[in-house]
Design a protein. Structure first.
Length: 523
């Protein structure tokens, strides 16, 4: 550790402590730029006295919380089992907690769940009281790369359209026809209702019958496009293993991977790295001897800036509830940090839902998704331990300013649609007429199985591209901040049904979005 870094870490926080860091001494020099940046933001950072004893770490956290307005916990280091056997490993590891599994064992999981939620629970009710995350570095060099990626994300002045984009990847369920249908319906509900109309989204689906299926040979490239091109969130829903996501059957019976740990080093985020949400089994099993997929993604310079992931077998119902609550906290409640969003989502998962009508809908189909005898509250509680954040809990969630839009309730295809509004930002505002997210602009071909004789690569690719293009028409208009603007959109003759007018503007200071509903009457 350099003298400058040592002095930085020894200087007491100038502000009241809101963040406690559990970090092996060997890693503190690599963490110093993060400490300096967070303190410059006004966070009070303190270090726990212990790093290799779970009970001692928890005592330090609780003692700090009793004396301060503690909000965040950052753990730095891996949690592999070798830390118990080798002093060299203890010098770079921070243990996790293993809680007893009672429900997901019915799905074949191990009897214990690895998770850091235990550290964030201050009153032994199993519900977290603090936002917590872990930087799973194996070496100081690993940590330096993770810190550099995190700080580059925070300092980025690129407020392009990737800031409002979400890419969803859905695997094939395989839980049985009834459960798969219910899960697909629940996922569509999460995507449609959970992401506001002002945000854009794309989908890659592993089911050959879906219009969002890009063909097995193109699936991996299509699924990873969001990570490469940049998006705010990259969300996977499906099966997973410790070192990869699901595989899908391709030509000649070959099984093709969606994403494997070995692919992480080849990722190259061209704009902003995404927050990856892996709603799948085992992808976040960071307590294993071999690094899991989420660890590899976090460590990769071109990979996601943070990963929300499950450490053991995850169950469809509780996983969908947690995903719904997380979307609500990020997009609607507009939590300031990723850690705060996950904390609020977990508390809502076990308590009163932020979206009660969606919880009722999910509960109604839970019998098809959960093992008998159903214990929905217990299943949700178990997922508080099972899902963890590998990344910085203080990672800022950049939210848009507002573009207010006024449009008529309905418009007729083939005519002009008058749009008026006011933007919080000056510059060029992109105005789009888009189809509602649960609809398509065309009638997709009906496909049952990937082996169907009539399937052609060109047709599949065309359908996939059209399914992910929600825009009927668009126009760009220059505006001044705070001043009204008006524009007319030529509604295509083929436009119809429930739509939105969506607006976006961005410059080096931030970005702004807006949306309004409109029904297009067919000619």
């Amino acid at each position: 550790m350099t003298v400058a870094a040592l002095l930085l870490l020894l200087i007491p926080a100038a502000t009241p402590t809101d963040t406690i860091v559990v970090c092996p001494p060997d890693f503190r020099a690599a963490l110093a730029p993060w400490v300096e940046f967070r303190r410059s933001e006004g966070h009070g950072i303190t270090f726990a006295a212990e790093h290799d004893s779970a009970d001692a770490i928890r005592r330090d956290i609780r003692s700090c919380a009793a004396q301060n307005s503690l909000r965040y916990v950052l753990l730095v280091g891996d949690a592999e089992p070798a830390l118990l056997l080798d002093p060299k490993n203890r010098a770079r590891c921070v243990p996790t907690h293993h809680s007893r599994a009672e429900i997901n064992v019915r799905w074949g999981s191990e009897p214990e769940i690895a998770g850091d939620n235990w550290y964030a629970d201050l009153n032994d009710d199993r519900v977290p009281d603090l936002a917590i995350g872990r930087l799973t570095a194996d070496t100081p060099e690993d940590l330096a790369r993770i810190v550099a990626k995190t700080l580059a994300y925070e300092r980025s002045r690129d407020f392009g359209s990737w800031r409002r984009h979400v890419h969803f990847v859905a695997g094939v369920g395989g839980f049985g026809s009834l459960a798969d249908s219910a899960l697909e319906m629940a996922a569509k509900n999460v995507i449609t209702a959970g992401v506001p109309a002002a945000y854009s989204s794309t989908m890659t689906h592993a089911s050959p019958g879906s219009p969002y299926y890009p063909d097995a040979s193109r699936f991996q490239a299509s699924a990873l496009a969001g990570l490469s091109e940049g998006c705010w969130f990259w969300v996977y829903l499906g099966h997973g293993q410790r070192r990869g996501l699901d595989r899908l059957r391709g030509p000649a019976g070959l099984w093709l991977p969606i994403l494997e740990a070995g692919d992480a080093a080849r990722l190259r985020s061209q704009r902003g790295p995404a927050v990856a949400c892996l709603f799948a089994c085992y992808t976040g099993a960071f307590d294993g001897v071999e690094d899991c997929l989420a660890e590899e993604l976090l460590r990769s310079p071109g990979g996601p800036v943070a990963v929300v992931c499950g450490s053991r077998v995850a169950m469809p119902y509780a996983m969908t509830v947690l995903g719904t609550e997380l979307l609500e906290q990020c997009f609607v409640a507009r939590q300031p940090t990723l850690g705060a969003a996950i904390l609020a989502a977990k508390r809502a998962t076990i308590g009163a839902s932020a979206v009660p009508e969606r919880r009722l809908s999910l509960d109604a189909v839970a019998g098809l998704l959960s093992p008998e005898p159903a214990d929905l509250a217990g299943e949700r509680a178990e997922h508080l331990d099972l899902f963890n954040l590998l990344g910085d809990p203080l990672l800022g969630l950049k939210h848009p300013q507002q573009i207010r839009l006024t449009v008529p309730a309905s418009a007729r295809a083939g005519q002009m649609l008058e749009v008026s509004g006011e933007s919080a930002l000056s510059g060029n505002v992109l105005i789009e007429l888009i189809v509602r997210r649960d609809r398509l602009r065309f009638e997709p071909p009906q496909r049952a199985e990937f082996s169907e004789p009539g399937l052609r690569a060109a047709e599949i690719a065309d359908t996939y591209a059209r399914a992910n293009d929600a825009c009927w028409t668009k126009v760009t208009v220059p505006v001044e901040a705070g001043k009204p603007f008006q524009v007319k959109l030529a509604v295509p003759a083929e436009a119809h049904g429930a739509c939105h007018v969506r607006a976006f503007a961005g410059d080096e200071t931030g970005f702004a979005t807006g949306a309004a509903d409109v029904e297009i009457d067919a000619k």
